[in-house]
Design a protein around this ligand. Structure first.
Ligand code: SF4
Length: 237
């Protein structure tokens, strides 16, 4: 699936950012991930091949701004143009994950209305405190496709207040990397039960590197973290 990173770099904002993969990746190249800059692929959705067709073919889901946060204030001046590209490419689905849903309305396009139908917003809630703060924004803002992402899941979270038919999915997962914090299977199944009760689709995406099940800690290699979650067979709908 194509990825579009119109800008790169971010600032840590909450507990879930502690081991941010953007920082980890940039550290490998001695790059300062806190410096936010436009990338060379800023206008990727509009780029064409020599034969005149778009580089990103129609119908794709485009993972958008995965090396930053789309609603970062440093990107305020660039965001209108990025929205414009999403509007023009209404044959693509843009999937944006954010920890800054409270800034969603800054520089929103004038024709946004109830939301562009080809944009999905996923809000990260790593703990109860951030769920309580961010989900009231997600549930009330004009967004046509809404997803809750509990990743890295850092504790048991009660999402019940915000689960309704307007939430298209809840995605849950542990943390990767050498310094990963633990994820307990009980927290995962707790959220799953809430989703089943409210009939909201649930997906267990990955175990993370340090996974507790039945009180026992497992160290799980990166290439097994997704497959182990799938093996649990607990996705709903
Ligand atoms: S908001 Fe996302 S990209 Fe930014 S520092 Fe936190 S985890 Fe990293």
């Amino acid at each position: 699936m194509p990825q579009w990173n119109p800008w790169h770099g971010c600032r840590k904002i909450s507990a879930g950012c502690k081991n941010c993969y953007v920082y980890r990746m940039d550290a490998r190249y001695e790059r300062d991930a806190s410096v936010v800059s436009k990338t060379l692929q800023f206008n990727l959705p509009l780029k064409k091949k020599r034969n005149g067709t778009y580089k990103i073919v129609s119908g794709e889901t485009v993972y958008t701004c995965f090396s930053s946060d789309f609603f970062l204030d440093e990107a305020d001046e660039w965001r209108p143009e990025a929205w414009q590209m999403m509007r023009l490419r209404n044959d693509l689905n843009f999937f944006i994950i954010t920890k800054r849903i409270h800034r969603f309305e800054v520089n929103l396009p004038p024709d946004w209305g109830d939301g562009y139908p080809n944009v999905t917003i996923g809000v990260t809630c790593e703990n109860q405190d951030r769920a309580d703060y961010r989900l009231p924004f997600l549930t009330t803002l004009p967004v046509q496709h809404k997803v809750i992402i509990c990743e890295p899941l850092l504790e048991n979270i009660n999402l019940t207040t915000w689960l309704s038919e307007k939430i298209e999915a809840v995605i849950v997962g542990g943390e990767s990397g050498n310094n990963a914090r633990v994820c307990d299977f009980e927290w995962v199944t707790g959220i799953r039960s809430q989703c089943i009760e409210k009939n909201v689709p649930f997906r267990f995406r990955q175990t993370g590197a340090r996974f507790i099940k039945d009180g026992r800690l497992y160290n799980i290699k990166r290439h097994h973290q997704h497959s182990q979650a799938r093996k649990a067979g607990i996705d709903y709908r």
